[in-house]
Design a protein around this ligand. Structure first.
Ligand SMILES: Nc1nc2c(ncn2[C@@H]2O[C@H](COP(=O)(O)OP(=O)(O)OP(=O)(O)O)[C@@H](O)[C@H]2O)c(=O)[nH]1
Ligand SMILES: [Mg+2]
Length: 259
């Protein structure tokens, strides 16, 4: 779904417009997922607030895993090529999407980016979404997993305040744990408690990309899910994450425009 403006006479018409665009996005997402599955690629969407450590996690993951697992990255930001350059500096192909003013990636943007990658050479494709703790949760890109990062600098109440994002997560990474000694009001157990209050059963990994703590457990998760996904594909099945489509509707109606 592109970032377009659409003013309508009545709320009813606005819902109609959105429904059609959502279905257009979902159609493109299904197409992307088929494409990933045909190439036996596991696609993982990383979401978080700006600066929570998504790219740092990818850099550490590449350093730890790229001798065993072939990785490619699609980067989403409003502007700059910075994150793709950080990934390429580690010898991994990366395509930067500059969304301009869109606060999230959509399936069409990811589809266009895929044309610049040779998926035959890829085991795991990471999509780093635009830093935003609301909008990205509501758009299917064709990924198999959603991962939400929560850095310890953000406050442990964020799962309670941003439930749409945390409900979408298949796995939550508590990032920058090396900073916990100086951020003594962030309680990881309390953050997890807020997550459970959303009826989420997503595992929580505590991780410092800077110091490497928790990185082994994260890499084990990626490798295990890659193997599980290959078996799933061999059985003619796939996996769809918990995209929170209702958030897109609210996003539209509150802003009065199409995201
Ligand atoms: N202390 C510490 N700092 C970290 C860690 N991970 C990331 N950072 C720092 O946090 C800042 C933001 O990290 P990025 O990886 O760029 O965050 P991001 O989520 O990719 O940011 P956007 O793409 O802009 O949304 C940088 O200064 C990183 O060095 C960590 O584990 N520990
Ligand atoms: Mg980044």
């Amino acid at each position: 779904m592109r970032c377009k403006f659409a003013r309508t006479e009545s709320g009813k018409e606005a819902v109609t417009v959105l429904a059609s665009l959502l279905s257009e996005n979902d159609h493109a997402a299904a197409h992307n997922r088929e494409h990933f599955d045909r190439h036996k690629v596991l696609a993982i969407n990383l979401m978080s607030s700006p600066g929570s450590g998504k790219t740092a996690l990818l850099e550490a993951t590449i350093d730890a895993l790229s001798s065993r697992v072939s990785i490619a990255v699609v980067e989403g930001d409003l502007e700059t090529e910075n994150d793709a350059e950080r990934i390429r500096a580690r010898g991994v192909p990366a395509v930067q999407i500059a969304t301009g003013n869109a606060c999230h990636l959509d399936a069409h943007m990811v589809h266009d980016a895929l044309h610049q990658l040779n998926l035959d050479d890829v085991d795991v494709l990471f999509v780093e979404n635009v830093g935003n703790l609301v909008c990205p949760a509501s758009f299917d890109l064709g990924q198999h997993f959603n991962i939400t990062l929560l850095s310890v600098t953000e406050g442990d109440d964020k799962p309670a305040k941003y439930p749409v994002m945390f409900r979408a997560a298949d796995l939550v990474v508590l990032s920058k744990t090396d900073l916990l000694p100086v951020l003594d009001d962030f309680d990881p157990d309390r953050a997890e408690g807020y997550l459970r209050a959303l009826a989420s059963e997503a595992p929580v990994l505590r991780l410092s990309a800077r110091r490497g703590a928790g990185l082994d457990a994260w890499c084990d998760w990626v490798v295990t899910e890659l193997e599980t996904h290959r078996a799933r594909i061999a059985a003619g099945e796939t996996r769809t994450p918990s995209v929170q489509a209702d958030g897109a509707r609210l996003h539209l109606t509150e802003a009065g425009r199409i995201p």
